[in-house]
Design a protein around this ligand. Structure first.
Ligand code: A1D88
Ligand code: NDP
Length: 431
């Protein structure tokens, strides 16, 4: 008998009521899987801004394969890939998974509600957080290599249709990690995607793993990725130089542990590189050098940074490749401002810099990052938590770069904020 069937049977024997659909904030009996669930869905014909793309629907609850787990989502994290999935840009998720609808959401905290018959590490009732890397687990990269290089590698909730903006989400068993017990459900849901990505960027690219005493330039230092990068760099005994666009964020970034903070609005060297040798290039170069000098004011004269933590892309890339030191690494995981990155290649070859792409993290890296959270070496810095009905609005705020420093969460089944356990949830729920 599967765990689900057993739980349903128990509930029937105990006479607890079971239903086919539960309202948001109503908790089914432990292990009872209702036929249907509420979900914020995206459909191909609705691609566009978050509030047009995401609509509330009742859909069938996911069925499980043998290595999969159904999680009752307590809270979910807000990430950029919910925006990209809604927009259908740069690619539509439907071209990948081909499902009729897409449920976004690549971060979650919740309770294991049902397990496939081959799942051994998790059982119904376990309190978990979810990392967003999936793969088929059967090729060389997944077995002795790096699962992030597997041809089957995909991001749950972006390249799969069963993300966390619904009462139940379906994940592979290897995606689960223990939840930090000192955090609330919403705090637990806000960090895994950005923290694990930052962890791989800084520690996953041998021989450029971050070392004590090194200097790292962090773009978007108050953002999701940036706020964890600063904390990881500080925890490693290295120096973070954070970039912001608004003085209101300066103290926040210093409090994260940054050695210094630079406001990008004080400089005018952003966007694609002008043609080398043109007057515009000379102007850009003088301004970029001024930016480099602002870094030296923090690191000491002549000390370019060992690592540039890149994700804005097109707007910042020419400068990133210039201010990285000889033999250093520009590590990039996104192109928020545009994908057409340009740079003066002379500085790349003559100074023998490494350009390294990086994408999320495998379980071992996500787990190492999660351990730092469990041990309270990293703070989630949850900026804001939204109720279930404001999931699209939360994404609009991020898309417009109007969100407060840190990482955002949304409540899903947790009936209110501030709850830390399943028992807390039961007490606060309307069941
Ligand atoms: C954790 C959070 C993460 C994030 O937030 S990341 C940010 C959000 N994510 C994104 O923005 C995703 C962006 N992804 C993309 O835009 C696309 O994902 C890529 C541009 C990266 C790649 O596009 P694709 O269509 O997946 O490329 P192909 O799989 O490499 O190839 C497609 C077709 O091209 C053929 N092909 C590949 N290499 C060659 C070659 N060397 N010579 C000839 N053909 C080639 C293939 O076979 C295939 O073809 P056939 O479609 O017919 O199967
Ligand atoms: N490949 C992967 O595995 C992952 C990729 N990503 C991607 O990384 C990107 C950032 O994600 P996240 O940190 O969560 O987002 P946030 O919005 O929380 O932070 C991004 C920060 O970037 C800065 N920024 C925005 N526009 C520009 C610009 N034109 N020039 C310089 N800085 C800019 C902003 O800071 P300020 O205005 O203060 O400078 C902003 O706070 C997204 O595109 C996301 O999809 C995220 C996680 C994983």
């Amino acid at each position: 008998m599967t765990a689900t069937a057993e739980a349903n049977d128990n509930q029937t024997r105990e006479g607890a009521p079971v239903k086919d659909l539960y309202e948001i904030g109503e908790i089914p009996p432990l292990g009872h899987v209702p036929k249907n669930m509420y979900a914020w869905t995206i459909r191909r014909e609705r691609h566009g801004p978050p509030e047009d793309a995401m609509k509330l629907e009742v859909v069938p609850t996911w069925e499980l394969d043998s290595h999969e787990v159904l999680v009752l989502v307590m809270a979910a994290g807000v990430n950029y890939n919910g925006i990209w999935a809604g927009l259908g840009q740069p690619i539509s998720p439907f071209d990948g998974h081909g499902a009729a609808y897409h449920i976004a959401g690549s971060d979650a905290s919740g309770i294991v509600w049902a397990v496939g018959d081959k799942v051994k590490r998790w059982k119904v009732g376990d309190e978990v957080v979810v990392h967003c890397n999936q793969d088929d687990g059967d090729d060389e990269e997944c077995n002795g290599g790096d699962p992030m290089f597997s041809t089957s590698q995909r991001i749950w909730g972006y390249e799969t249709p069963d993300g966390s903006f619904s009462q139940f989400t379906r994940v592979q068993a290897q995606q689960l990690m223990p939840r930090p017990r000192h955090l609330t459900w919403e705090e637990s849901a806000c960090y895994t995607l950005t923290l694990a990505t930052a962890y791989r960027m800084l520690f996953g690219h041998h021989p450029h793993e971050l070392k004590p005493g090194q200097n790292v330039l962090v773009w978007g230092a108050s953002g999701g990725l940036g706020s964890y990068a600063i904390q990881l760099i500080t925890a490693a005994g290295a120096n973070a130089i954070g970039v912001i666009s608004d003085e209101d964020k300066r103290q926040f970034v210093l409090d994260l542990g940054a050695k210094g903070v630079i406001n990008r609005k004080d400089f005018k060297c952003w966007g694609q590189l002008p043609t080398v040798g043109s007057p515009e290039y000379a102007e850009w170069f003088a301004e970029a050098r001024k930016f480099g000098k602002a870094i030296w004011d923090i690191t000491g004269k002549g000390n370019n940074v060992d690592i540039v933590f890149e994700h804005p892309g097109e707007a910042t890339f020419p400068v990133s490749t210039l201010v990285c030191k000889k033999g250093g690494m520009v590590v990039i995981c996104a192109g928020t401002s545009g994908f057409n990155c340009t740079f003066d290649v002379r500085y790349m070859w003559m100074h023998q810099k490494r350009l390294q792409g990086s994408h999320f993290a495998h379980l071992k890296q996500a787990s190492a990052a999660n351990k730092l959270m469990i041990e309270r070496r990293i703070d989630p810095y949850m900026s804001e938590v939204f109720p279930w009905d404001q999931i699209p609005k939360a994404h609009t705020k991020m898309w417009k770069n109007q969100h407060a420093p840190g990482n955002m969460s949304v409540l899903v089944c947790a009936p209110t904020t501030g709850l830390r356990t399943y028992e807390d949830v039961l007490e606060a729920s309307t069941r």
